[in-house]
Design a protein around this ligand. Sequence first.
Ligand SMILES: [Zn+2]
Length: 187
Amino acid sequence: MDNILVADIMTREPIVIKPSLNLLECAKTMVRKRVGSLPIINKKKLVGFISQKDILWALIKKSKKDLSTIKAIDISQKKIATVKPSATIEEAIKKMKKLKFERFPVINEGELVGMITIKDILNFNPEFYPELEEFALIREESEKLKRVKKAKDRSLIRDGICEECGNQDVLQKIDGLFICESCKNSK
Ligand SMILES: [Zn+2]
């Protein structure tokens, strides 16, 4: 697990935009391309980063302005947190938790080479769920997983004839067999 790098699971060739794009165009691009954020690129260099949250913020704080009159670059953060493709997943998680960011542009030698999100990490390995539980989005997913697991556990218990000793009892599925409590304990 230690050898898995950001480069291995990142999204390559992410959807990017030019600095001149306005917020209305950004919102449309996000919906059309189904992405939650857009790196802003000028001559292959990352110059900004805009998320759905940034657009919502602009919509609320700058309500008197038309979104089409605001450029993406104008509301983008100037200092953008990034990770290197050579970083390990653990390093990326640490940084996400520290900065409370759900995604990072991946930068190699000054150029954008990909994007990595907590979803990429969890799709790759769901065992990271506990580590990322502090993110609201993940908490929801994690609750769902727990409910599914509980339902599965329930289906592994039933009344019937023990497949080991033949007694009628409450049975649990162990190693593919429905067996009673005492047979389970004598295993
Ligand atoms: Zn039994």
